[in-house]
Design a protein around this ligand. Sequence first.
Ligand SMILES: *[C@@H]1O[C@H](CO)[C@@H](O)[C@H](O)[C@H]1NC(C)=O
Ligand SMILES: *[C@@H]1O[C@H](CO)[C@@H](O)[C@H](O)[C@H]1NC(C)=O
Ligand SMILES: *[C@@H]1O[C@H](CO)[C@@H](O)[C@H](O)[C@H]1NC(C)=O
Ligand SMILES: *[C@@H]1O[C@H](CO)[C@@H](O)[C@H](O)[C@H]1NC(C)=O
Ligand SMILES: *[C@@H]1O[C@H](CO)[C@@H](O)[C@H](O)[C@H]1NC(C)=O
Length: 460
Amino acid sequence: MGGEKFGFLIWVSSISCLLCLCHGYVPADNYLINYGSPNNVTVTGRVFISDTLASNLLTSTSETLAASNRNSVSDIYQTARIFTGISKYRFSVAPGRHWLRLHFSPFHYQTFQMESAKFSVSSQTHVFLSDFTVKSRVIMKEYYLNVDTDHLELTFTPSGNSFAFVNALEVVSVPDTLFNGDPSFAGSHGSFNELSLQALETVHRLNMGGPRVTPDNDTLSRTWETDSEFLVEKNLVKNVSKIPSVRYKPEFATEETAPKSVYGTCSEMNSGANPASNFNVTWEFEVETGFKYFLRFHFCDIVSKSLNQLYFNLYVDSMMVVRDLDLSSYEINALAVAYVMDFVTVSEKKSDRIRVSIGRSSIHGVYPNGILNGLEIMKMNNSKSQLSTGTFLPGGGLTKKKNVGLIIGATVGSLISLVVIGGFFILFKKRRGGIITQRLGLLCLLMEQLQPQVELLLRV
Ligand SMILES: *[C@@H]1O[C@H](CO)[C@@H](O)[C@H](O)[C@H]1NC(C)=O
Ligand SMILES: *[C@@H]1O[C@H](CO)[C@@H](O)[C@H](O)[C@H]1NC(C)=O
Ligand SMILES: *[C@@H]1O[C@H](CO)[C@@H](O)[C@H](O)[C@H]1NC(C)=O
Ligand SMILES: *[C@@H]1O[C@H](CO)[C@@H](O)[C@H](O)[C@H]1NC(C)=O
Ligand SMILES: *[C@@H]1O[C@H](CO)[C@@H](O)[C@H](O)[C@H]1NC(C)=O
C-alpha cells in the first residue's frame, strides 16, 4: 500500500517536471515551407517542409522551381519558387494572431535573375510588399497580423511583365496576448485603442547590451539583433549581463514577451562613477516616412542592489515619454522582473528617423543612471491597410483605373465651371442695371449647371 502511494507520488512529480520542461508556447498553426525544393530541411530545430508537400496549398499553374548550387547561409535559401503570373496560397488557420515571415535570397536560375524581380505580396486584408525588389543577399520580412477567418490567402503578383519569387515562408500562430492593450501616444496625451486591428511589420528588434538572439533561443522563433550599431555615441554605455537573475511575474511580461537572454542583458548609462555627469544615451533608427510606428520597450532592473535606486527619463524623438521611470515601483517592489512599456507615435512619421533616448532623472540626489534591455520598433498599416505604399490594394487588386478617370473628369469639370462663373461675372458687369430677380434666376441656373461637378468632386 505504502509502496503504491510512493510510486504515485513519483509519477505525479515526474509529470509536473515534464510540464515544467515543456511549458513553452505551442503554436496551433505552424506552416514552414522550403520553396523550390523536393526535400524537407531542418533549420535551428524547425522542419521546413518540401515544396512538393506544400503544393496543394497553391492555386495557380506556374510551376518553376529553382535551385542553385552556391553556398548560402542556410539551406532554405538554396532553392526558390518562381511565379510568372498571379499566384495564390491558401492556408487553413485557426482564427487569431499570426506571424507571416517571408524569406528571400535572390540568385540566377535559367533566364530568371531574381535580384531584378519586381512584385507585390498581399493577403485578403493587407498589402505587405508593393513593387518590391530584393536588394540584399538575404532578407527576411516579418509581419504580425490578425486573421479573423479560417484561412489566410497570400497573393504573389508580378509587377508588369516581371516575376515573383520566394525562398521560404512561415505562417505561425502567435499568442493573442502578445500585443494587446491600448499603448500610450509617445509624447502626447491619450492612447491608441485600435491595436487589435493593426497589422505590424517588424522594423527593428534589438537585444540591448548583449549578443544576437536566434530563433532557437526564443519561444516565438524571433531574432533579436545587437544594438551597438544604432548607438549615436557608443562610449556612453556599458554592457551588463545577468541572465540567471531574470524573473517573470504573473500579469507582467512572460517568456513569450521576450526570452531571458533579452531581459538578462542591458545597456546601462556609463556615468563613470561621477554623480555630476549629465548626458543622454541615444539610439537612432531609420524608418519609412508616412507610417505610424509601434514601440515596445523591454526593461528589467538587473543593475540595482536595492529598490528605488534607479530613476531615469525616457524620450522618443526628443519628447519626454516617461519622467523619473522607477522600475521597482511598477514591478510592485521587486528587482529583476521582466517588464514592458508600449507606445505609438502620435502621427505618421514625417522624418525617416526614430530617436530613442534614456537620460538622468532630475530628482535631487539620484545617481545618474538608466537602462534599456530590449526594443521593438514595428511599422503599423496605413488607412489603406498597406504596409508598403504603392498602387497595390489588399486582395491583390490595383487602385482602379476608374478613379483616375473620375479625377480627370472632376478637374475638367471644375475648370469648366470656373469659365462659366467667369463668363457670368463679365455678363453681370456689362449689364449693371439688371433687376435683382433676374440675377437670382441666373444664380439658380448656375447652381443647376454646377451640381454634377460638385457631386463628382465629393465622390473623389
Ligand atoms: C517532411 O516533413 C513532413 C512534416 O514534418 C513529414 O510529414 C514528411 O514525412 C517529411 N518528408 C520527408 C521526406 O522526410
Ligand atoms: C556590448 O556587447 C555587444 C554584443 O555582444 C558588443 O558588440 C559591444 O562591443 C559591447 N560593448 C561594450 C561597450 O563592451
Ligand atoms: C541559446 O541556447 C543555447 C542552448 O539551446 C545556449 O547554449 C546559449 O547560451 C543560448 N544563447 C543565448 C544568447 O541565450
Ligand atoms: C536629453 O534629451 C532631451 C530630449 O531631446 C533633452 O531635452 C535634454 O536636454 C537632453 N539632456 C542632455 C543632458 O543632453
Ligand atoms: C489598419 O488596417 C485596418 C484594417 O485592416 C484598419 O481598421 C486600421 O484603421 C488601419 N490602421 C491605420 C492606422 O490606419
